[in-house]
Each structure stands twice: as structure tokens, then as C-alpha cells.
Design a protein around this ligand. Structure first.
Ligand SMILES: Cc1cc2nc3c(=O)[nH]c(=O)nc-3n(C[C@H](O)[C@H](O)[C@H](O)COP(=O)(O)OP(=O)(O)OC[C@H]3O[C@@H](n4cnc5c(N)ncnc54)[C@H](O)[C@@H]3O)c2cc1C
Ligand code: SF4
Ligand code: SF4
Length: 452
């Protein structure tokens, strides 16, 4: 990726969107909106001092909402250019409140609240669409209760939990435990505030709050208004301290999730949604189960699928190794339902087609291998480019020219065309680049011929 940023022939326009495309093969005029970052990319050193001081905390989309980020942030750690961006929807200063802490903190003077979107016009001979995919929304399958059971997650969410640079530093903690820990932190802050308030009364009356409250309950202070207020504050404190103590006790039993269930074909090979196989999900489930086992050797995983499609050189061997060395059991069967057991443990109901029996099993966490769905913005982009989409919403190509769109000079690669893994996407990207170079070279030759 760094090579792309440094390449003399590549002009990278990150945080930008194509607004208009005119012309034809060999002579397209493309209008691109370069969105305001409110940070000067050339001045920003990427030190992150601004981010540390920013008081605004919001859910982090890159970590699938499992962690938080600040209003001034880097979308992900290795992103290029290595700069920060201010989120205009959440920044206090950009929403009419007083702040500007990041500007005061930045020693490179990179923060600029007056920055505006810029429209850039490009003359290009060919275009390649590489807009990728989105994961299928599993809440469309209500029997899997994705939105109701916190410990039922998508594979992409699980990847973030497994990642050393993710919200848990690579520890597979159950989302319900993470939520409980966040609640404990919130209550601890509230408790500190309540303790400070009580301290003021204690100093004023020279008495401990607990002793005072006992006397107050015994009716020793009659209708004294100030003592009434103190008693109310003490009750407020108790209302935080008691549940907090209970939650802390429960949190002592939290550990990493060690009994994992992976459910394949969630939205794929399902005529209610996408009839096709998404191609990569069998392998990413095996990969995730192997990594989870590497992190925590006691981890066992059950992969539920109609069949495991390990298609590719060395993939079958990888699958077998996962079974032999990483605690993976492959269960042939389609999962019918997931329900929530005690302590947020998901229970999976499935038909074991080998034994021809309906069974149920409790897990620490369930991971849904969701289908590869067309990226949400593809319909708008296709309209802008004038290209057609296929029945599912991927860019339409023909089997004889799989990287050519329906418009000459506009090509496609990767999951924008159809589901495929990274090596296939890279191979297709090379192919699309070659096709683009071919048409541009041909156009120049024709122009030269016309002049001669
Ligand atoms: C959980 C999970 C794990 C996986 N693990 C593996 C693995 O281990 N190995 C493997 O080979 N494959 C894996 N895959 C598959 C892999 O993610 C895809 O093969 C790969 O990302 C496809 O690359 P792409 O460039 O086509 O699309 P993407 O990676 O989706 O990239 C498309 C990019 O285009 C951007 N974009 C979208 N619309 C626009 C627009 N209108 N304007 C500008 N930019 C836009 C997007 O923000 C995105 O950055 C996994 C998939 C999942 C869901
Ligand atoms: S102005 Fe304040 S809220 Fe906005 S990004 Fe800077 S520090 Fe954060
Ligand atoms: S790759 Fe596996 S999980 Fe994904 S759709 Fe195909 S069979 Fe189902």
C-alpha cells in the first residue's frame, strides 16, 4: 500500500468521490469531489497529538462499532496519506460549539476549520471501478437474532476482535462482556462525581455520610432541608454503588470466548437472498478459527455448513490442518435458529445431517459468515458512469471479457464485479489495468495516425 502512495505515476485521491463523468473511451472528463478533511495533508505529520486531546468520543466504524474513536481521527492505522481527518458530523467546533483543542494542540499548524470541498477535473483515457462489496445484513434472517443476542457477531466484527490493532488488542472478549465493562467504567465515573458531592457535605457538617444517613433514617434531623438534600445525594450514591459492586463481581468471571460456532452461508446459497456462493467465507471462517486457537489454545470451534468449499491450491490441506491441529469440528448441517441462554450464551439449534438428528449446543460466541453483497453506493456510481449492473447489483460484464463493463473504456475488478478473495481480486485488478492500458495505447496510436 505504501508503494501506491510513493509511486510517481499514481495520484492517490483518498477521501474523494466521483461526481460526474463525461466523454468516451480515450477522452473521459471526470469531476471528483475532494472532501474537506479540515486538516492540511501536507502539514500533518500524523503524530496523533490532536486525537489524544479531542474530547469528543464516537463509535469507530472501522472497528465495526466495537470500539470508539475521536472526532479528529485516522480511519485506520496504516491508511495513506498518513493524516488525520475531522468528522464534521461530530466535531464540536464545526457544529457551532466552542472547542478548537486540536488546533491549539497541533504543533504543525495543520488543523484548518475553514477548509472547503474542492472539485478536481481529470482527463483520463480509461476508468477502472474497484468499489468492492458490503457484507450482507444478517438481521434480515430474524431466526439468527443478530440484533438481539450481543454474542452473535458477523465475521467482519470477529476479525476486528482478533486483530492486535483492534478494540481488544486481539483478545476475543464477548461483546456482552465488553458492554458490561463499558457500563462499569461509566458507573465508576458517576460514582466519583457522587463521592465528591458527598465530600462537600461531610466537610461542611464534619460527619461521615454513612453515619449521617443512619441518623437521618432514625429521624434525628426532623425537617431540616439541607440534611434532606444530603440524604437524597447519599441515596443517589447508593443507587450507583450497589449495582456497580454487583457488576464488578460478575466481571471477575469474564474471560476470552473459547467455545466458538461459525455459521456458513448467511445470506449466500439462499434463494431468499443471494443464490450464489460468496466464495471466500468458508476459508475466512477456517482462518479465524485457526487464529483464535493460536491466541488461546483452549479454543474449540464448530463450523456449521452445507459443505466446506475449500477451492484453491493448498486450501483443502489448510482445512484439514485446522481440524487436526486447531480444535475445529466441521458439522454438516444448516442452522435453523439461535436463541439466547443464560448469561448471554447463544444456543444453536441445527440439523446434523450425518446423524439425521436435530441438536442444540451452547457456545460463548456465534460468528456469522455473511454473504458478499454489492456495495451500497454502487447504484449511484453506476448511474454516474453510465454502466449497467447485473441482477444482483454487481457491475455487469460478459463471460468472454470479465473485466469489461457495458461502456467501452470502463473496466471493473474485484468484488465490485462478483464475490472473490484477495488473490483473485489482485489478479483481476492486473487484468483490468492491462485492458485500460490497451485501450489508452490504441487511442493514442489512432490519434497519431490521424495526425500523420
Ligand atoms: C470477514 C472477512 C474476512 C476475509 N478474509 C479474507 C482473507 O483472509 N483472505 C482473502 O483473500 N480474502 C478475505 N476476504 C475477502 C476480501 O475482503 C475481498 O476479497 C477483498 O476485500 C476484495 O477486494 P476489493 O478491492 O474488490 O474490495 P474492497 O476490499 O471492498 O475495497 C473496495 C474499496 O473501495 C471503496 N469504495 C467503495 N465505494 C466507493 C466509491 N463510490 N468511491 C470511492 N471509493 C469507494 C471502499 O471504501 C473500499 O475501500 C474476507 C472477507 C470478509 C468479509
Ligand atoms: S475542535 Fe474539538 S471536537 Fe472538534 S476535532 Fe478538534 S478537539 Fe475534537
Ligand atoms: S464460501 Fe462457503 S460459506 Fe461462503 S457462500 Fe460459499 S459455501 Fe457458503
Amino acid at each position: 500500500m505504501l508503494d501506491v502512495g510513493r509511486h510517481p505515476n499514481i495520484n492517490l485521491m483518498a477521501y474523494s468521490e466521483v461526481e460526474k463523468v463525461e466523454g468516451q473511451v480515450g477522452a473521459f472528463k471526470v469531476t471528483v469531489r475532494k472532501k474537506a478533511r479540515y486538516v492540511d495533508e501536507d502539514k500533518c505529520t500524523g503524530c496523533g497529538a490532536c486525537e489524544e486531546k479531542c474530547p469528543t468520543v464516537v463509535p469507530d466504524a472501522f472497528n465495526e462499532g466495537l470500539g470508539t474513536r475521536k472526532a479528529i481521527y485516522a480511519y485506520f492505522a496504516q491508511g495513506i496519506p498518513s493524516t488525520r481527518t475531522i468528522d464534521p458530523d461530530h466535531c464540536r467546533q464545526l457544529n457551532g460549539k466552542k472547542c478548537g483543542i486540536c488546533k491549539k494542540t497541533c504543533q504543525a499548524d495543520a488543523v484548518n476549520f475553514d477548509q472547503k470541498d474542492q472539485m478536481v477535473e481529470l482527463d483520463v483515457g480509461a476508468i477502472i471501478v474497484a468499489a468492492g462489496y458490503d457484507v450482507f445484513d444478517p438481521s434480515r434472517i430474524p431466526e439468527y437474532r443478530y440484533n438481539e443476542i450481543p454474542n452473535v457477531v458477523t465475521a467482519i466484527e470477529f476479525e476486528r476482535l482478533l486483530s492486535a490493532s483492534g478494540p481488544t488488542g486481539g483478545h476475543v472478549y464477548r461483546p456482552s462482556d465488553l458492554a458490561a465493562k463499558a457500563k462499569i467504567e461509566e458507573l465508576e465515573k458517576k460514582l466519583k462525581k457522587a463521592q465528591k458531592t458527598l465530600q462537600r457535605y461531610e466537610e461542611k457538617f464534619g460527619q461521615d455520610s454513612e453515619a449521617f444517613y443512619k441518623q437521618y433514617q432514625a429521624g434525628d434531623f426532623g425537617e431540616d432541608e439541607e440534611r434532606k438534600k444530603w440524604a437524597a445525594k447519599y441515596e443517589e450514591y447508593l443507587g450507583i454503588a450497589k449495582p456497580l459492586e454487583q457488576m464488578k463481581k460478575e466481571a471477575e468471571g469474564f474471560g476470552s470466548a473459547k467455545r466458538l460456532a461459525f455459521i456458513q452461508c448467511v445470506g449466500s446459497r439462499d434463494f431468499r437472498f443471494y443464490p450464489f456462493c460468496s466464495g471466500y467465507c468458508c476459508m475466512h471462517s477456517i482462518k479465524e478459527a485457526i487464529i483464535a486457537h493460536e491466541h488461546e489454545p483452549e479454543t474449540t470451534s464448530t463450523i456449521f455448513g452445507m459443505d466446506i468449499r475449500a477451492v484453491g491450491k493448498g486450501f483443502e490441506e489448510y482445512k484439514i490442518r485446522g481440524g487436526n491441529q486447531s480444535g475445529i469440528t466441521y458439522t454438516r448441517g444448516r442452522v435453523a435458529e439461535i436463541v439466547e441462554g443464560e448469561n448471554h450464551y447463544p444456543i444453536v439449534f441445527y440439523e446434523d445431517t450425518r446423524e439425521r438428528r436435530v441438536k442444540s449446543e451452547e457456545f460463548d460466541m456465534v460468528i456469522l459468515a455473511t454473504a458478499c453483497a454489492p456495495t451500497k453506493g454502487i447504484a449511484t456510481l453506476a448511474k454516474t458512469l453510465g454502466i449497467e449492473l447485473d441482477d444482483y447489483g454487481f457491475v455487469k460484464t460478459s463471460p468472454v471479457s470479465p473485466v469489461d463493463s457495458t461502456v467501452p473504456g470502463i473496466f471493473v475488478c474485484g468484488c465490485a464485479e462478483s464475490p472473490m478473495d484477495v488473490p483473485e481480486s489482485v489478479a483481476q485488478a492486473s487484468s483490468a489495468a492491462q485492458r485500460a492500458a490497451e485501450v489508452v495505447a490504441l487511442q493514442s496510436l489512432e490519434k497519431e495516425k490521424a495526425v500523420a
